[in-house]
Design a protein around this ligand. Structure first.
Ligand SMILES: N[C@@H](CCC(=O)N[C@@H](CS)C(=O)NCC(=O)O)C(=O)O
Length: 216
């Protein structure tokens, strides 16, 4: 069976898992802690990052590469648009999630969740507030401006890899108690709520939230 290696709270691992759920492709998730990745794992993922994938003899690293590979193997339902312009925009939003919205995740989620939970230290809340005040508004403004009245998809009203790439980062922000202010960004708030309500996202969000619940 197809194997995905990584940890479920990684936005990039979640991106691949949501993609697989949207396609109804069975897989198993093998736990890998990227901060303790050994030489065996680095043979598959030379940068030591998660996720990686094993599909028979094929091994790959990087969420974008894995999704692009899987799209060739499992073209339906299409998550990469056929039209050239729509394809380009979907790839752009995937990249904007991975390399743009992720700049918020890497401060807010890291300081509020990763540092206390994994490193058993107090997170830097001043850094979080600075990020929320300065870095977050332009990113949310941009996304708000890209959304039409149809708040279900960023490209042509059709759910795509671009939506998965953007919305996965918002799951980490949600875990870090950073949500979209619907008064200031109404389309974005509605869009994120819609996308996170899809069964593919809802399943992984429920799984992750259960991990964060204090044990009785
Ligand atoms: N471009 C990569 C990014 C993957 C990534 O940065 N993963 C993080 C976890 S969220 C990681 O493995 N970090 C460990 C490290 O940088 O050493 C992808 O899309 O898969």
């Amino acid at each position: 069976m197809l194997k995905i290696l990584g940890a479920n709270i990684s936005p990039y691992v979640r991106k691949v898992r949501v993609y697989l759920a949207e396609k109804n492709i069975p897989y198993e998730l093998e736990a890998v802690n990227p901060f303790a990745a050994g030489p065996e794992y680095r043979k598959i993922s030379p940068l030591g990052k998660i996720p990686a994938m094993q599909d028979g003899d094929v091994t790959l690293a990087d969420s974008s590469v894995i999704c692009a590979y899987l799209e060739r193997k499992h073209p339906q339902p299409a998550l990469f648009p056929a039209d050239a312009a729509a394809y380009g925009r979907a790839l752009w939003f995937e990249e904007y999630g991975d390399g743009g919205v992720s700049t918020l995740t890497s401060v807010i989620f890291r300081q509020r969740v990763v540092v206390p939970l994994l490193f058993k230290q107090q997170g830097d809340e001043a850094a979080v507030q600075a990020c929320i005040d300065k870095d977050l508004p332009p990113i949310f403004d941009y996304l708000e401006g890209q959304l039409g009245d149809n708040a279900t998809a960023l490209v042509g009203g059709q759910f795509s890899i671009g939506d998965i790439g953007v919305a996965t980062q918002f799951v980490n922000l949600r875990h870090a108690k950073c949500t979209v202010d619907a008064g200031r960004w109404p389309k974005l708030a509605k869009y994120i709520a819609n996308v996170h309500a899809r069964p593919s996202f809802a399943a992984v969000i429920a799984e992750e939230e259960a991990m964060f619940k204090p044990k009785a």
